[in-house]
Design a binder for this molecule. Structure first.
Ligand SMILES: [Zn+2]
Length: 252
């Protein structure tokens, strides 16, 4: 699922939902829909948002991601040998919704392959990633990439024409706060392009139905790596609640 979100108004950072409230709609009405890799999954009866509950603490998250440490040491350091297809698609999407080539930030940019190729189209690019090995590869290609999450980024507010965030939001503990931070980086006409797995697709809904009957783990869930599984309704709810933005989508 890809959404593009136009910025409308500013909003101050709130306290966020309590542990019992749905992060999207605030409902207290949930179903426990099973477990995946030992983690409980809770689905909001109102908007369909699925969340790992309780969310893992910082120590648990470190352990969860320890297995992927060092993964990028063996990845290609030659970004010119990587596929430009994702950059071509994003460039076309932004052009199609009227965003002129300008400044773009890629949240969770990994080794920087996307922004490496976008730079060739004239975009002034930056990025961030929590994986030190991936950041080292990006920097060795001359890319301006922060090591850390979007919260660690120290750059001018309301500066970017576009922010890309692919396969990131399902991993963060507080999607509303992350989106508020992203929102603060965008200029008045800036857009966020957000790519997330679609928990409302036919595969997700049919396997959830089977999971409830068989009590086998839900095939769609990537818990605990994915802390949330978003339907169109639930992600739209978070975006509109936290940032008061308008949303469009070009593929569901
Ligand atoms: Zn909800």
């Amino acid at each position: 699922m890809i959404l593009y979100i136009g910025k409308r108004v500013h909003r101050s950072v709130g306290d966020g939902p309590t542990a019992e409230e749905c992060e999207s709609c605030g409902s207290l009405d949930h179903d426990l829909i099973g477990t995946k890799r030992g983690w409980h999954l809770r689905q909001c009866k109102s908007c369909g948002l699925v969340a790992v509950k309780p969310l893992p603490d910082e120590d648990a998250l470190r352990r969860i991601y320890q297995m992927s440490a060092g993964y990028y040491v063996t990845a290609s350091r030659d970004l010119s040998a990587t596929s430009p297809d994702a950059a071509i698609d994003l460039h076309r999407l932004l052009k199609g919704i009227g965003i002129k080539v300008g400044k773009l930030f890629d949240v969770g940019c990994s080794t920087g392959a996307l922004i490496f190729h976008l730079r060739r189209f004239g975009w002034d690019v930056m990025g961030c990633d929590v994986n030190a090995d991936a950041v080292a590869i990006a920097r060795s290609s001359g890319l301006d990439v922060y090591h850390g999450s979007i919260d660690d980024v120290d750059c001018e507010q309301r500066h970017f024409d576009a922010v890309n965030m692919s396969d990131v939001l399902e991993h963060v503990k507080s999607p509303g706060r992350t989106l508020q931070r992203v929102h603060s980086l965008l200029n008045e006409r800036g857009v966020l392009v957000l790519r997330i797995p679609n928990a409302g697709c036919g595969f997700a809904r049919s396997t959830l139905f089977l999971s409830k009957i068989t009590r086998l783990p839900w095939a769609q869930s990537e818990a605990p790596y994915h802390l949330f599984e978003y339907s169109h309704q639930s992600i739209k709810g978070i975006l509109e609640k936290e940032n008061r933005v308008s949303c469009g989508n070009n593929s569901i």
